[in-house]
Design a protein around this ligand. Structure first.
Ligand code: ADP
Ligand code: MG
Length: 669
């Protein structure tokens, strides 16, 4: 039915684990020695006792103490996998995949056999799978088709301290499922919550006073250094710090740098590589990036042992804060910044914004330097700036758009979303806003008494933001599902158009032949058509500065979305060269993200009147389109729209007449 589980790509288990994260230590004896040295190992007997006798358990321990890799295996050894899978949730796909690889190495199997993983658009499990690492988003998706999570005997909510929206919602779901399964005399659902921070009373209380087990971690002292004055450009200052460290510290003392995002990281990696070339007498410098969207093979580079006489510098997002354990880090350089999703209540607009980290995050980052021996952390901010940071990180559920999870909750059968048993209740206004957006998209009958509509049910069957799902469903009426699905697949994959700083001009020249006057979404469509025409030729991608792997990933996402369309009985038509139906369909979903040109020549968001700018990376940068939709807002010095597409204001009116009656649209401009 419309609620069917999305058809996922099945990977053949890879023949050998040699490319995996454990590659450096894949020798079984070494692996076993490493395992036995982990703090969690000493507690196996106690944990097994608690796991088998109690329904819920909370486990606290520093990053690197062995929670994520060992506890699922303890569950397996304790016999919990006899009645179902052990599911382990992770906030990030990187972590889910690399952990599955590591644990497969430990259990001497290949990924996809006894140990597997499942992330959006990629399922690497089989009928033999007992332990399944998965993103929290995937488990939430599974709950749509399997309300009682019957395939699982145990759910481990890992990295609970990160408090992602999906993990937060899962708290409520697993608690409810545990209760219902008990009431119906079904096999018990074991719940394990694992966290790297101490503020756990909250978790324990939520689960009716569940027992808490503390793990004594191994942590060596870390000397903290602050900047003397506030730094104007934390990225540049981080570069300076790393360069200084590199010139003074002995070889094989590795450095971990925390920055905010992919572009920044790639440019830092390039700068550091250049610096490394011109420093005579210093150890050889090996610089590796780490961020969530990095291809898996490249991610694995961070785990590889540094050859003697060299130095590794890992430049990472907050991925390296807690969810992956990096060996051998001696120095941490902390820019003090993080990119986070933010939602402005009442506007329906979600934004990526670079902001200061919390003190809790600063300490997590610092801790990375003291795993193997005493280390040092260089904070690129002053002591006073540190003191001014908020103590804890605000849970994501209290700062991001809830439209997507609200739709999922309704689909799972949670009728009264406002009174759902949240671990920390989001702002009532945020839930109302989400319900209003769903109502405008036609997914629920009314915001006050939300009932899922048949359209809403169909929207939920796509693992996409409801706005995108709506656009796909609208494309049927305009006969252009093929194009809309392709564009959404491209937007769901990572950066396709490359603009390397060293070859900027050449990249932009190569791009010209794809550029569509209607903007970024149509440009991407042209790129994909070209890619198909040359039969996915890698050389062609290189010549045209296109990210081949991301394009291949987009092609895979597209294939799966088309399968979902077939399941939803959506005929897949094409509008050929005519882009109007395509843009109309996109507008039908993305109308809450629209902007128009004002008389004084800048753009404001429709309805909410915020001044916004076209992002310099957009093909419409430097032009002044009267009315556009966009895929995301990014706040740096200004608010920038990315993924911009030219539309006709009338289409917005058609898409949501009710909304635009109350949110003035100046059709005349
Ligand atoms: P925790 O969840 O408590 O932070 P983990 O179980 O993730 O701890 O990690 C425990 C240890 O397992 C690490 O210190 C490291 O030695 C090893 N390990 C984890 N992941 C990998 C990996 N991908 N490659 C190699 N070793 C790993
Ligand atoms: Mg962990």
């Amino acid at each position: 039915g419309a609620n069917g589980e999305p058809p996922l790509k099945k990977h053949k288990p890879s023949p050998s684990p040699s490319h995996g994260p454990g590659a450096a230590s894949a020798d079984p004896a070494t692996i076993q020695r490493q395992r036995q040295a982990l703090p969690v190992y000493r507690l196996q007997a106690r944990l097994t006792r608690e796991l088998t006798s109690r329904p819920t358990l909370i486990l606290i321990g520093e990053t690197g103490s062995g929670k994520t890799t060992q506890v699922p295996q303890f569950c397996h050894q304790a016999g919990l996998t006899k009645t179902g899978l052990v599911g382990v949730t992770q906030p990030r796909r990187v972590a889910a995949m690399s952990l599955a690889q590591r644990v497969a190495d430990e259990m001497a199997c290949t990924v996809g056999q006894k140990v597997g993983y499942s992330v959006r658009f990629e399922d690497c499990t089989s009928t033999q799978t007992k332990i399944k690492y998965m993103t929290d988003g995937m488990l939430l998706r599974e709950a749509i088709s399997d309300h009682l999570l019957r395939r699982y005997s145990t759910i481990i909510l890992d990295e609970a301290h990160e408090r992602t929206v999906h993990t937060d919602v899962l708290f409520g779901i697993v608690k409810k499922v545990q209760k219902i399964r008990r009431a119906k005399n079904l096999p018990e659902l074991k719940i394990v919550v694992m966290s790297a921070t101490m503020d756990v009373d909250h978790f324990s209380r939520y689960f009716g006073g569940a027992p808490v087990v503390y793990l004594q971690g191994r942590q060596f002292p870390v000397q903290v250094y602050y900047a003397k004055q506030p730094q104007e450009d934390p990225v540049f200052s981080s570069l300076v710090s790393v360069t200084q460290l590199h010139q003074t510290a002995p070889a094989n003392q590795d450095v971990l740098v925390f920055l905010t995002g992919q572009e920044e990281i790639e440019s830092m990696v390039k700068n550091l590589r250049d610096v490394g070339k011109d420093l005579p007498g210093c150890p050889r410098l090996k610089v590796v990036p780490l961020y969530a969207s990095l291809p898996v093979q490249q991610q694995m580079e961070v785990f590889r042992e540094t050859p003697p006489g060299q130095r590794k510098v890992i430049v990472s997002t907050n991925v390296a804060e807690t969810s992956v354990t990096l060996p051998n880090i001696k120095f941490v350089v902390d820019s003090g910044m993080v990119k986070a999703r933010h939602h402005q209540p009442g506007t329906g607009l979600e934004m990526l914004r670079v902001q200061k980290i919390s003190q809790a995050q600063a300490w997590q980052r610092t801790g990375r330097a003291g795993r193997q021996s005493a280390g040092a952390c260089y904070r690129v901010y002053t002591r006073a700036e540190f003191d001014a940071m908020s103590r804890d990180t605000v849970p994501e559920i209290q700062r991001c758009s809830l439209a997507s999870v609200t739709l999922q909750l309704l689909t799972i059968g949670v009728k009264d979303v406002r009174n759902f048993d949240f671990l920390d209740r989001p702002d009532a206004g945020a839930i109302d806003g989400a319900l209003r957006e769903l109502q405008l998209l036609g997914a629920v009958t009314s915001a006050e008494q939300p009932e899922l509509t048949p359209l809403g049910r169909r929207m939920a069957s796509f693992p996409l933001d409801p706005k995108f799902a709506r656009a796909i469903l609208a494309s049927k009426d305009h006969g252009c599902t093929e194009e809309v699905v392709t564009i959404i697949a491209l937007l769901s994959a990572d950066i396709i158009l490359l603009t390397p700083p060293s070859n900027r001009e050449a990249a932009l020249a190569a791009r010209q032949k794809f550029v569509a006057p209607e903007g970024d979404m149509m440009t991407l469509l042209n790129v994909f058509r070209g890619y198909r025409k040359v039969q996915k030729n890698k050389e062609w991608c290189r010549e045209n500065y296109l990210h081949e792997r991301h394009l291949a990933h987009a092609a895979e996402i597209r294939r799966q979305l088309l399968q979902l369309c077939a399941q939803a009985q959506l005929t897949v038509g094409s509008s050929g060269q005519n882009t109007e139906p395509v843009r109309r369909s996109l507008a039908a979903g993305l109308f809450p993200c629209a902007a128009q040109l004002t008389r004084d020549g800048h753009h404001v968001t429709v309805g909410t009147n915020q001044k916004v700018h076209i992002h310099p990376s957009s093909t419409l940068f430097m032009t002044r389109p009267a009315c556009v939709i966009f895929t995301e807002l990014v706040q740096t010095s200004k608010k920038y729209m990315r993924g911009v597409c030219l539309v006709d204001p009338d289409w917005l009116l058609d898409a949501a007449p009710e909304y635009f009656r109350t949110h003035r649209l100046h059709v005349e401009s």
